[in-house]
Write a protein that binds this ligand. Structure first.
Ligand SMILES: NC(=O)c1ccc[n+]([C@@H]2O[C@H](COP(=O)([O-])OP(=O)(O)OC[C@H]3O[C@@H](n4cnc5c(N)ncnc54)[C@H](OP(=O)(O)O)[C@@H]3O)[C@@H](O)[C@H]2O)c1
Length: 245
């Protein structure tokens, strides 16, 4: 099994890399900065550094990955824009243009047999509004759902499934301290999330791993929200939970 994990050096992507490495995959990890030393030593993993918004460099790196590690079984895209400058252009280039280039460049590099799967990682902000996040982030995340449906139809005849995973805010290594120190926020989350707690990066990675497994062999073009049920509540229900009325 060969899996390419774009944005696999941090957060949720790092958990996906750890899971796939533990399952014995050959894992090609892409990101700008190198992963932590411990992650660089995970069995079967190889890291490629590059900026996904440089299209020529990106296509060159993808070619190198396939020549070194061979045909693909799964491709997971987790990158999001975290840079300087124009946020609108940056979000669209990082989330959408890079995704299109990667999917279309690698579609021909999937093996002819066995499970073949692409997962695009979006967010609940593809449907809802998170004040504080820019409009480009919302638009890019909404568009990823449509890209998953488009490519599911286009790549279905080649046996490649394409799905989308949309998490809400997750606890990951980078923000664990912040949430553990802010117990007020945690108690509010406990009140409003039907499952009574925040989710973790690993729980999102587990859904991605399911979609990249034979257990999901007839699932394509779908979006799975990973949010503990919080998006199910009406404003009335939320207001009553918070006020206790
Ligand atoms: N964490 C959450 O709570 C949450 C909630 C909802 C949705 N999501 C979505 O889940 C995905 C992962 O989130 P996360 O918080 O784990 O992300 P993260 O910690 O910000 O990691 C993003 C990854 O993408 C890479 N990346 C970003 N821009 C790149 C570029 N131009 N070229 C190459 N690599 C690039 C980063 O590498 P470098 O660091 O080297 O740039 C990193 O590996 C994102 O798409 C995010 O929108 C996350």
């Amino acid at each position: 099994m060969h899996s390419v994990i774009v944005g696999g050096t941090r957060g949720i992507g790092r958990e996906v890399v750890r899971l796939f490495s533990a399952q014995g995959h050959t894992v090609s990890v892409m990101g700008r900065r190198a992963p932590a030393d411990a992650d660089r030593r995970l069995p079967g993993t190889h890291f490629w550094a590059g900026d996904l918004t440089d299209e020529r460099e990106l296509v060159r790196l993808l070619g190198e990955i396939v020549s070194r590690n061979g045909e693909l079984n799964s491709l997971v895209l987790l990158q999001r824009f975290k840079g300087e400058g124009d946020r609108w252009g940056g979000e669209l280039a990082t989330s959408l243009s890079a995704t299109r280039t990667i999917v279309e460049t690698l579609a021909g590099a999937f093996g002819g047999t066995g499970d073949r799967s692409i997962v695009l990682v979006s967010s609940v902000v593809g449907r809802f509004i998170a004040e504080g996040q820019p409009v480009g982030y919302h638009v890019a995340k909404a568009a990823l759902g449509q890209m998953a449906r488009y490519y599911a139809v286009e790549l279905g005849p080649r046996g490649i499934r394409v799905n989308c995973v949309s998490p809400c805010t997750m606890v990951k290594e980078e923000n664990r301290d912040f949430y553990s120190k802010n117990q007020d926020l945690n108690s509010l989350f406990k009140k409003i999330i039907p499952l009574g707690r925040m989710g973790t990066a690993l729980e999102t990675a587990n859904v991605i791993a399911f979609l990249c497994s034979e257990k999901a062999s007839f699932v394509t073009g779908q979006e799975i929200l990973v949010d503990g049920g919080v998006s199910l509540l009406s404003q009335e229900a939320l207001a009553r939970k918070l006020t206790g009325l």
